[in-house]
Each structure stands twice: as structure tokens, then as C-alpha cells.
Design a protein around this ligand. Structure first.
Ligand code: UDP
Length: 385
């Protein structure tokens, strides 16, 4: 009999497993995939650590979480600075003085501010009139209103509107404002995509973090907990279950299906050392069917483990689409309808004394890795009290 069965070997599951094992609990981890690491899993090919489930750039403001992950890998100095390609016009991201200079030719922060305010004012006057509220009381209620309030209409039209439509499959007017608030807007010449104090990529990839977290712990791969052939017997061999998969799948979708966006990666090896000159290039126009291209080697400055330059490169085109049952769930769609359905599932989960449901999919939240880790640590602290 195990003290804990942990379903899922991603960050939430692996951190829980590590902490509980360290505290003397017996732990069994199962994962339906043939590898550990969840979506953060990386696989080394031709000396390049390929982010198999999309780019993972570690960033956090939480010193405790930063110190925690640094026990399991050495992080490099990578700073995410994606560029946007809009019909061949290249713009720096996040929205900063380089972006404003390219868009409008402005040079000083005052000039940029003036441009943004002018476009914002015009938009808000019309939007407020439509809603029948005074301009002073206008509050952005969706992604379009929020984006234009932050950066004006030109940037919205070229860099946000169509990219977001491709990513989420619905117009910005039907998406929550918080999605765009993930991105900093700066009146400085600073291309750092994140505002985080700590940032980097584990040298040698992410998989080692999970190998280290799970050292000494029994892990069964290619084992699907939700498969009726496994579920009852797995439940029987543990006192408690920590489940980190989609919460609606846990309950057999009995209250309805939560919506997700899924992503398909079209990965290709090219016989040249440099394809796009940057790890991440976003395609922000409507005509290009993919949202971005990742060139994996640049997360580690184009060098292999021995510090040698790599003569080839590996790229992944990223296509976003509506999730269908059986596919990998990536992004929760946190609109009102889905949030209300999630709340019902959460109520069921919270009344279960044997099973705890947590993590990005278990909590149906657009979490970054650092938040997942701190949620897992908080949970373990609570149960080990
Ligand atoms: N976004 C955009 N244009 C870009 C990059 C991002 O409009 O070039 C918007 C888009 O709505 C996206 C959101 O900002 O969903 C958050 O972007 P982020 O890069 O944080 O998404 P992630 O890397 O988590 O997929």
C-alpha cells in the first residue's frame, strides 16, 4: 500500500512526489505518456534540446521558487525576446520603444505616449458612447478594449488582433482582458518579454529536473489512470490520490466538457546552422496559418553540451486549434461559461477526502511553471503539517 498515488509526472505531480517522498511517504507516480516531465519535457536531438510541447521559458518573481528549481538544474542567462513578423515587417516584443520606433518612427517615450494616448482616446470615445457610459467611467471589459487601452489601435491591428484570433480561435472582443495583461508594455528600449526578476532555461534541457525530482521514486510510464482497466486497481493500492490531469476528464465529463485550446507542432530538422536568428518568431498576420516558429537551439545560444556550435537546426511551427476529446489540452479557456462549469467540478473535488486535484489542468488555470511549483509546494506543506 502506497501513501500516495500521483497521477501525472509534470511539475505539479513531480514536485508533490519529491516533497512527499522527502517527508518519508511512500509514493507511486503514474503517467500516461512514455516519458516524465509533462509539457515541459525536452528531448535531445543532434545536440539540441527540443521543447516537444512548446517553448518553456522559466521566469519568476518568487525567490523561493527560483532557489527551488535551481537545486535540480543549472539555469542559463536566456532572456526571452521574441520578434513579431507582420507581412515581413519585424517588430520587437514585448511592446516597447523599439516596437514604437518601428511602427511610428517615434524616438522618445513622450512621443510614443502621445501616439498611444491619441489612438486610445479616439477608440474609447466611440466605445464608451456605444455602451452609453461617460469616457471617465470606461473600463476595458475584453481583450480588444484592454489591448487598445494599453498600446493603441495600430499595434492592436498589426500585432495583436489576428495573432490572438489564431491562438484562441475567437475574436478579441470575446476574450477576457487578463490574457493580454500577461505582456508588459514599456516606454523603455527593453526587449525582455517578462517582467520577472529571475529567468532562464535549464542548461541541458528540462527533463533532468524531473529525473532529479523523481530520483528514488517509483514511476510507471505509459499507464493511463483514467483507463477503466487501471483506475480501480490503482485507487486500491494507495491511501490518497493526487490527480493532475484535466478535472473534467477525471469525472468522465459528467457535468459537461471544459473548453481548451490545443496546439500541434510541426517539427523539422534543417541542414543549416541558423534559420531565423532567434528562438521565437511570432507570425501576427491572418494569412500565415501557424502562430509562431520556435528555433530550439537558441534557448541555449546555439551550443551543444560541450559548448560547440551545432551545424544543423530544429524548428517547430506551432498551430493552434480547438481541443477535441482525446487530444492534449494546453490552454484553458477561462471565459465565464467555462469558469462556471469549472466551479461545479471544483465543488465536487473539494468534497472528496481521498483525491486531491491540482496543477494547471486540475485547476483549469493559465498557470506558468513557477505558479504550478509554488501551488504544489503549498499543498505539500499543508498536508505534511
Ligand atoms: N499576443 C499577441 N501578439 C503576440 C504575442 C502575444 O497578441 O505577438 C497576445 C495573445 O492574445 C496571446 C497573449 O498575448 O494569447 C499572451 O501571450 P503569451 O506569449 O503570454 O502566450 P503563451 O506564450 O503563454 O502562449
Amino acid at each position: 500500500m502506497y501513501d500516495y498515488l500521483i497521477v501525472g509526472a509534470g511539475f505539479y505531480g513531480a514536485v508533490c512526489a519529491h516533497e512527499l517522498h522527502k517527508a518519508g511517504k511512500s509514493v507511486l507516480v503514474v503517467d500516461k505518456r512514455s516519458h516524465i516531465g509533462g509539457n515541459a519535457y525536452t528531448e535531445r536531438t543532434d545536440g539540441i534540446n527540443v521543447h516537444k510541447y512548446g517553448a518553456h521559458i522559466f521566469h519568476t518573481n518568487d525567490k523561493m521558487v527560483w532557489d527551488y528549481v535551481n537545486q535540480f538544474a543549472t539555469f542559463n542567462r536566456y532572456t526571452n525576446s521574441p520578434v513579431a513578423n507582420y507581412h515581413g515587417e519585424m517588430y520587437s516584443l514585448p511592446f516597447n520603444m523599439y516596437t514604437f520606433n518601428r511602427m511610428w518612427g517615434v524616438i522618445t517615450p513622450d512621443e510614443a505616449r502621445e501616439r498611444i494616448d491619441e489612438q486610445k482616446r479616439e477608440y474609447i470615445e466611440q466605445a464608451a458612447a456605444k455602451k452609453g457610459v461617460p469616457v471617465s467611467e470606461f473600463e476595458p471589459e475584453n481583450l480588444e478594449e484592454q489591448a487598445i487601452s494599453l498600446v493603441g489601435t495600430d499595434i492592436y491591428e498589426k500585432l495583436i488582433k489576428d495573432y490572438t484570433m489564431k491562438q484562441w480561435g475567437r475574436p478579441c472582443t470575446e476574450l477576457p482582458a487578463f490574457i493580454i495583461r500577461r505582456l508588459p508594455v514599456r516606454l523603455t528600449y527593453d526587449n525582455n518579454y517578462f517582467n520577472a526578476l529571475f529567468q532562464g532555461i535549464p542548461t541541458g534541457g528540462y527533463t533532468q529536473i524531473f529525473e532529479n525530482l523523481l530520483e528514488g521514486i517509483e514511476v510507471r510510464l505509459s499507464t493511463d489512470y483514467l483507463d477503466p482497466a487501471n483506475r480501480a486497481s490503482l485507487n486500491e493500492i494507495a491511501e490518497k490520490v493526487i490527480y493532475t490531469g484535466p478535472i473534467d476528464a477525471f469525472y468522465g465529463y459528467e457535468l459537461g466538457t471544459l473548453e481548451y485550446r490545443s496546439v500541434r507542432f510541426d517539427t523539422e530538422k534543417l541542414d543549416k546552422p541558423n534559420f531565423q536568428g532567434n528562438a521565437v518568431v511570432n507570425y501576427t498576420d491572418a494569412d500565415t496559418p501557424f502562430t509562431r516558429i520556435i528555433e530550439h537551439k537558441w534557448f541555449e545560444f546555439g551550443l551543444d553540451e560541450a559548448g560547440r556550435e551545432i551545424p544543423v537546426t530544429i524548428i517547430s511551427r506551432e498551430y493552434s486549434h480547438k481541443w477535441e476529446p482525446g487530444e492534449e489540452s494546453y490552454y484553458p479557456v477561462n471565459d465565464e461559461k467555462n469558469s462556471a462549469l469549472y466551479a461545479k467540478y471544483r465543488e465536487k473535488a473539494d468534497s472528496d477526502t481521498k483525491v486531491h486535484i491540482g496543477g494547471r489542468l486540475g485547476e483549469y488555470r493559465y498557470y506558468d511553471m513557477d505558479t504550478v511549483i509554488s501551488r504544489a509546494l503549498e499543498y505539500c506543506q499543508e498536508v505534511l503539517k
